[in-house]
Design a protein around this ligand. Sequence first.
Ligand SMILES: *[C@@H]1O[C@H](CO)[C@@H](O)[C@H](O)[C@H]1NC(C)=O
Ligand SMILES: *[C@@H]1O[C@H](CO)[C@@H](O)[C@H](O)[C@H]1NC(C)=O
Length: 362
Amino acid sequence: MAQMSRFGKLPQLLILLLLHLSVFASAGTIAGRNGAKNSRQAACTNPIIRKEWRTLTQEEQLDYLSAVKCFLEKPGLTPASVAPGAVSRYEDLVVTHIQQTMDIHFVGHFLPWHRWFTAVYEKGLREECGYKGAQPYWDWTLDVNPPSNWAKSPVFDPVYGFGGNGAFVESNGPNDVPGRTGGGCVADGPFKDMVIRLGPMDDLSGNPRCLHRDLSPYFAGRYLGMNQTILTISQPDFGQFTRVNDGGPSFDDSGLHGGGHYSVGGTFGEMGDLYASPSDPIFYMHHTNLDRVWWSWQSRDLQNRLTDISGPQMLMDYENLQAGNVTLDFKMSVGLNAEDVTVRDTMDIRGGYLCYDYDSLY
Ligand SMILES: *[C@@H]1O[C@H](CO)[C@@H](O)[C@H](O)[C@H]1NC(C)=O
Ligand SMILES: *[C@@H]1O[C@H](CO)[C@@H](O)[C@H](O)[C@H]1NC(C)=O
């Protein structure tokens, strides 16, 4: 494998953050580039219902997986001048995530942006690949008791799931994800022969390779249990809620967000790459559950929490030294994948641009 400075490697990440902070300090926000008109959809009277992976019928699971494969095969729209490595519609979204990585993590709009991004993916599968269902979610709390169950999660099933771990790769790096057990190419399942081209990190030039996973049952047990989930949803306001969910950039301050990334991606897997993590289709299963955690938190006091937003516009700028906090009018873009929206447009999963619901909440 190429030199991969991973999400998990704190020193590299910090150096990057400093570099990017100096570059972006004066670059303003991610305000939409194309000024697309915010034409709202019709009222949401018949939301599609997102369900937990293991509650889908086998037929529904296979339908979903074939829609993902279709999206992987559909010719992309990203010009080669922007991302020579991007070939498919699936990769159009990976490009967007890579391009905006330093603008959409450890910020107030982290959850709104990823809610929108996941809904745009769901829409792509439905409208461009004939998928009839809603984006499923992965309730990882069901797979960590005990942690030795982790690799047996139905999500890793070789036929009715996303395939499992990679073969173990020796490594004694000081910044390895604790408890990692894999690192090689995913050896079974529908994505066994998938070609990953984007990344590592912000490289858009095209580096064809296999999909890697490096599962860590220990990490999952520590950060993806009901205890961590309850700690997250018991926070009193959005600012505290999102910080507990985001955690910090090191393993020891992981929240649910980092918990899902490192428990699947470990040191060597794409899910552990802060930039290119949407390369692994499991990304959307994890982020849909994070969205469900947010909606669970919102639903406990909808009246106040449908409009509760705060946190920095700029990466980790918790003291507001570079810019202010995000507000409902803060603009977000997913590039050529959909029109621009504001944070307000994403606050209600059953209103504005969004029209889905969850079958159950925490
Ligand atoms: C949740 O439980 C795990 C496993 O016992 C533990 O490692 C972790 O620290 C706990 N987290 C919280 C927030 O209590
Ligand atoms: C900015 O957001 C943080 C996190 O929610 C909050 O603690 C802080 O009070 C906010 N600052 C302002 C000026 O509103």
